[in-house]
Design a protein around this ligand. Structure first.
Ligand code: NDP
Length: 444
């Protein structure tokens, strides 16, 4: 059995009931086969892959908090510190009822490669809780965040582990988490990113993941002789990533005709009204059913279904495994040119294979959504030097990082005879830097 197959089998056996983690490990290790095979005996002797796929540390803790009626609730908190090979652990905190250890491990593992691809000195980690902020009062969210941080603060720090936002963790949650950290530790440091602008946040961090997704998609299309202007785009999700992906796509001259949330989706033939979407989702925290009140020509559908809409470019920006084989068959039938992931691992493994086999340009999330964490690292730099950069400065750096990232994964794919396969290109390019650091630092 090859070393790669041995490690995949071991991971599946030793981590039962964690299908998303298995999926992420399988995808990365399958891409790495040609790299590993060149050095198989040395890597096996040094247990290099076992060290790559097992987190350095995983922390699980109880989070008790009191609701507005005096009822006590107990949620579970997690922080998985996956790899510090190239820098301090960095990755978001997800607050969603679906969160469990396997989900956090999959996200932390992906984060290692994504952070490496940004070219910045950040290792990989991820955390979160099965707490659902939806429908909770601000006071309840604050109570949860304070309790969560009272435990998490023991394991994080501006030079060790720097969490950020993710699903369910936006500016409000980061503010409460930061306030509690400062109170407990007495330190005003850049221990979290995604902070408010009045206390160390970076301009353009809110926009970064969605904008970055469009910058890299634009560069990929340009290199393949296409222009984004005039294209029809479908987007899923209506959270942080989706909103700013829609905004930038429209600034670049495309028309985005869909968005969704976990209960339904909207088709707007005239193009999604971003101002209305921000009002509904960012300010009022309401459901997408409200959208029709702003745009009478739009159509609201219950359930999932975004991908039946004909488009040139599809941008899944909601959650993992939301784009299935049936969905991509429909996209291909309708003539899609490119699919770029805004969310983490939104495309199922068989759907990814189908897109690649059919010659569709496909960017995996660990490359295409790296703009968020890259800008978080720029926020860390600003915090360290106690300076504040302009929106234009940060945005220009973000664009440069995403364009460089595209060429980095394109080159890696070509070097291994996998031209145009950006899944392999991203996994190989991300791995090369991490493995170099791991080997240099010895068996730790
Ligand atoms: P938000 O919480 O802001 O938005 C998430 C969106 O996806 C909402 O519209 C939500 O609908 C929908 N959604 C969430 N879970 C489900 C589900 N199980 N089924 C259907 N729809 C769902 O999160 P973000 O926009 O920050 O994150 C979206 C994705 O992007 C995630 O995969 C995240 O890991 C990834 N990502 C985020 C980054 C960031 O900077 N924020 C950086 C890199 C990746 P509803 O409101 O109904 O729950």
């Amino acid at each position: 059995m090859s070393y790669v197959d041995e490690v995949i089998a071991k991971i599946e056996k030793e981590n039962p009931g964690e299908p998303e983690f298995h999926q992420a490990v399988r995808e990365v290790l399958n891409s790495l086969r040609p790299v590993i095979e060149k050095n198989e005996e040395t890597y096996r002797r040094d247990a290099l892959l076992e060290r790559l796929v097992n987190p350095e540390r995983q922390i699980k803790f109880r989070v008790p908090w009191i609701d507005d009626n005096g009822q006590v609730h107990v949620n579970t908190g997690y922080r998985v510190q996956f790899s510090s090979a190239i820098g301090p652990y960095k990755g978001g905190l997800r607050l969603h009822p679906s969160v469990n250890l396997g989900i956090i491990k999959f996200l932390g593992f992906e984060q290692v490669f994504k952070n490496s691809l940004t070219g910045l000195p950040i290792g990989g980690g991820k955390g979160g809780s099965d707490f659902d902020p939806k429908g909770k009062s601000d006071r309840e969210v604050m109570a949860f965040c304070q309790s969560f941080m009272s435990e998490l603060c023991k394991y994080i720090g501006s030079d060790t582990d720097i969490p950020a936002g993710d699903i369910g963790t936006g500016a409000r949650e980061i503010g409460y988490l930061f306030g509690e950290y400062k109170k407990l530790r007495g330190l005003f440091t850049g221990v979290l990113t995604g902070k408010g602008l009045s206390f160390g946040g970076s301009l353009a961090r809110t926009e970064a993941t969605g904008y970055g997704l469009l910058y890299i998609t634009q560069e990929m299309l340009r290199c393949h002789g296409h222009d984004i202007a005039g294209k029809t785009v479908t987007v899923s999700g209506s959270g942080n990533v989706a909103i700013y992906a829609i905004e930038k796509a429209q600034q670049l001259g495309a028309k985005v005709v869909t968005c969704s949330d976990s209960t339904g989706w909207v088709y707007d033939p005239d193009g999604i009204d971003v101002a209305a979407l921000k009002e509904i989702k960012e300010r009022k925290r309401l459901r997408l059913t409200e959208y029709a009140k702003y745009r009478p020509q739009s159509v609201y559908h219950e359930g999932r279904g975004v991908w039946v809409t004909p488009c040139d470019i599809a941008l899944p920006c909601a959650t993992q495994n939301e784009l299935t084989l049936d969905d991509v068959k429909t996209l291909v039938k309708n003539g899609v040119t490119a699919v770029a992931e805004g969310a983490n691992m939104p495309t199922t493994a068989d759907a990814t294979d189908y897109l690649l086999q059919n010659g569709i340009l496909f960017l995996p999330g660990k490359a295409s959504n790296a703009g968020g964490v890259a800008t978080s690292a720029l926020e860390m730099s600003q915090n360290s030097e106690r300076l504040h950069w302009t929106f234009e400065q940060v945005d220009a750096q973000l664009r440069e990082i995403m364009v460089d990232l595209y060429h980095h994964i394109d080159d890696a794919a070509k070097r291994y005879g996998r031209e145009g396969n950006y899944v392999d290109g991203a996994n190989i390019a991300g791995f090369e830097k991490v493995v170099d650091a791991m080997i240099s630092q010895g068996i730790v």
